[in-house]
Design a protein around this ligand. Structure first.
Ligand code: THU
Length: 134
């Protein structure tokens, strides 16, 4: 589907998802929203754990939601904090997004959307292992 991304809709959904975050340890709730390649808007939020290292970011939660819904890829994502500020995905999340959005995935940015390829240059990706593993 090659329609324009409605960034206001994505930002609104990300801000709704902030309210569902479980972030009692950092007290930094995060919401994420994505539009799937089928045009559906999905959300995710950070889910922390008393064993701190087990916490998952909002973007990882979004991708788990995507896959568990039976879909595989997103075209655009937006991430927000509790003040409504557009957040940039952390490094680990950029790698997770690459798997399910590819290099052309559009990531919201205060100064205008960025291609994931520009946020995670020279990334290790599925094509690399495809060259070796039959
Ligand atoms: N966090 C996210 O959910 N996404 C990011 O891209 C950056 C950080 C979460 C992880 C943790 O629950 C909280 O923000 C503070 O780091």
């Amino acid at each position: 589907m090659n329609t324009e991304i409605d960034w206001n809709v994505l930002r609104h959904k990300a801000n709704e998802m902030v309210l569902r975050a479980y972030a009692p340890y950092s007290r930094y709730p995060v919401g994420a929203a994505g539009i799937t390649s089928e045009g559906e808007i999905l959300g995710g939020c950070n889910v922390e754990n008393v064993s701190y290292g087990l916490g998952i970011c909002a973007e990882v939660s979004l991708i788990a939601h995507l896959v568990s819904q039976g879909q595989r890829s997103v075209r655009a994502v937006s991430v927000a904090d509790a003040n409504g500020k557009v957040l940039m995905p952390c490094g680990r999340c950029r790698q997770v997004l690459l798997e399910h959005g590819g290099r052309e995935l559009l990531v919201d940015h205060p100064a205008g959307p960025r291609r994931l390829a520009d946020l995670l240059p020279d990334a290790f990706g599925p094509d690399d292992i495809a060259e070796v593993v039959p």
